[in-house]
Design a protein around this ligand. Sequence first.
Ligand code: BMA
Length: 928
Amino acid sequence: MRTSRFGKALLLAAGLTLCTIAQHVTDLGGNGWTVTNSEGNVTVPGSLPSQVHLDLFAANVIGDPYYGLNDINLRWIAWSNWTYTSEPIAGLLDSAADSWLVFDGLDTFATIELCGQPVGTANNQFRQWTYDVSGILKSCQGEPVININFASAPTIAINIANESGQETFPSVQSYFEFDYHYFIRKEQSDFGWDWGPAFSPAGPWKPAYVVQFQPGDGLYVLNTALDIFRQGQINWLPPDQSKPWVVNASIDFLGTLPEGASMHIDIDDSGTGSSIASGLLDDVTILGNTITGNTVIQPNIPKLWWPLDMGNQNLYNVTVSIMDKNNKALATVTKRTGFRTIFLNQRNITEEQLAQGIAPGANWHFEINGHEFYAKGSNFIPPDAFWPRVTAERMNSLFETVVAGNQNMLRVWASGAYLPDFIYDIADARGVLLWSEFEFSDALYPVDQPFLDNVAAEVSYNVRRLNHHPSLAVWAGGNEMESLELPEAQSDDPSAYPKYQAEYEKLFISLIAPLVWENSHSISYMPSSTQNGYITIDPSLAVPIVERYQNVTAHHYYGDSDYYNYDPSVAFDLNTYPVDRFANEFGFHSMPSLQTWQQAVDNDDLQLNSTVVLLRTHHNPPGGLGVSTAGGQGGMDQMTSAVQTYYPIPSRADPLANFSSWCLATQRFQADMMKSEIAFYRRGSGMAERQLGSLYWQLEDIWQAPTWSSVETGGRWKVLHYVATDIYKHVIIHPYWDYNEGDLNITVTSDLWESVSGTVKLTWLDLKGKPLHKNANMPSKVDFTVGAINSTNVYTNNINNIPIPDLRDAILILSMEASGHLPNNDNEIQFTHENYFLPVWPNQAKLVNPELSLSYDAKTTEFTVEAKAGVALYTWLDYPAGTVGYFDTNSFFLVPGKPKKIPFSVQTDTSNGAWAKAVTVESLWNQS
Ligand code: BMA
């Protein structure tokens, strides 16, 4: 624990978040804690921030929670109550007039004591908690020691569910392992989800402080809301880009604000340090422990912040001080921020849009600084079951992977935890928009007043805390409420449905919407992640957003889509994909690589249908605490039958090599299916639906298991991440094949903001790499121009009309070149993309051994791969465990005589460079 006495403003090392003239702050962080269970048979050294599992693991009382079946074996931890006891807190002021305990987060049901005296309780993981301990410290007998008792969250949830008069729900409530997560305000996936373990961790998961004041001292900053918007901006209307910027700063503090306080602001370019504004804020108001003021900045002064590849990520440091009447700073806070507007446009399709060929209905897309754009990305889940070990370093690597993957938006799915500021800081710097959600998912929620009050405090705190980040794209109430929960509730219990819909509106509209609008002028709010938009927004109504729900007209499009189909037989049937304005979730699961499995599972258990592998496969979820492999078997069967439907069946003699081959095969299917969907959605930007976004499910993993992820635990890319990187390039060429009818459409799609022109080369080869006679009567070159954020068809025919001697021995190579500009960038850029079309499924193709060769040039750090004897499909470079990084491209086709040079970006290397010698290459040929 560290004590500091700040005499004057102090910029913290990161320079990004907090800068405060506190008076006497004792940081409770560090190792001086002890953790004991209520049974009294376990006592270990603890730390803060931490969680019980982490401290038990550090003390060797338990093994790695991620290992084997530990998610099942360690449930006793979740059923126990645990107490964190501090060492005597050194350095406290004896003479303080006021003393506070400040917890930036407690997970979750905490009872706090100081000096043996009760301090208070906490019941929400997502809130900051403050307690006045002035009296307790003044009368403290002996040494000041803090006890924080964390009650078993699964037990509390059961107790709440059993309270008399408690809300009951229809049978639509998601249920993974521990039950009743919807009664408590704790990370909902802590009780299990279909991609993760159920540990229900507990502990002081965020920093904590003792804050003390003497008369005449300054203030301690608890939270800051910085809101930058265009003058007159209203959350649900498009901002006027010609208007000046309003910078509204609001600080929540501890301490006594003297009469006559004022607020001062400095805004500096974070790159050059030069100031663009400095002076007193206007319209200062004080409400309770919150002081607020604003200033206006002329529209052309700040440089705009743009997402990835749409312009620069210009950032500014905004320093706000609360001053006393003698101009002495009482508190100072610095936030790094950016000037941008981001707007979720859900307004009705206009006459002008209809004239452009856009189908009627409503818009559903994002606009950055007044410009619509195509959102490309994925869904972000909690990156670890234990947040205290999620470091900036890890998140930097993950966001490097996001940016290398051409993703400009992540959807931070409800229901993990609101992300810490450092993750938003990384997203701000890298230009990755974060669609953010309140933590409610796949359940109906109670609406009793204590629950609503608890949620209100959670929402206000987090909206205020995060609002300054330019990466913050939107707030959504929760996950799949309108697309799944309400429709299921309606079919489950039609007569009670009006009650459930009213309760939904009470929580997600009447309560949350005004809280967002009161604290932010800059961010749009929608009550549910997937929905058909609204009919009216009117803040004077009791339910201020009138949702459209299913009041839709045929052939009109209104909203975003969420689509899963586990029947592999239709995986590539374009007629089965949803046609709407935006695809915010779609996915299929796959196995992680052998290297990643080996982090957590013994080799003996690495078989497709071993108990350990099946019990770690949480799709389908177990639906309780029973230990059955049936759910996992269902998910495993979906993966293996997908492979059997389309690809050669792995059949290696060595069991481990065969398991590894199966893992790769499931990834190939997952990547192919996602590629097919992403290409379909992107083409929709040029079709009547004017489709403007695709975010696949899911980006990263929480542990080593079969899931929908494209990046494995530890950072290794699955096939999907490489394939998504490729199909998320700005200008792509793709064959759209209606295999039932035989129709083939070859289309170029671009997400650039100006039209681009170029050429597509079409080349038919047999699988040995020999050109087909007269290119099967297909033009070998087609010129094209594709409009801004649009698509254009370059070739259409029916496969039956193309004279191919043997469909099983043919491949069409598509190669696109165009030149144009990225948005807000004058440099002319060459855009290239390669793709291919097989007129049969890969398991029907007459594969030949391509005789791949691989070499590595240590000087250029490039690998060279060549197919010597035939076309290589799904060519896959693999690197050993111990290293993390990514190849420039992977899972590609190769034609003979065209060697490919492939750089590798190292993110972590524990082998001192030796990894490069252990890189291997294989192709689909090796899967048979
Ligand atoms: C959707 C998501 C998640 C889930 C995923 C895979 O339901 O919103 O809740 O993990 O699909 O099933």
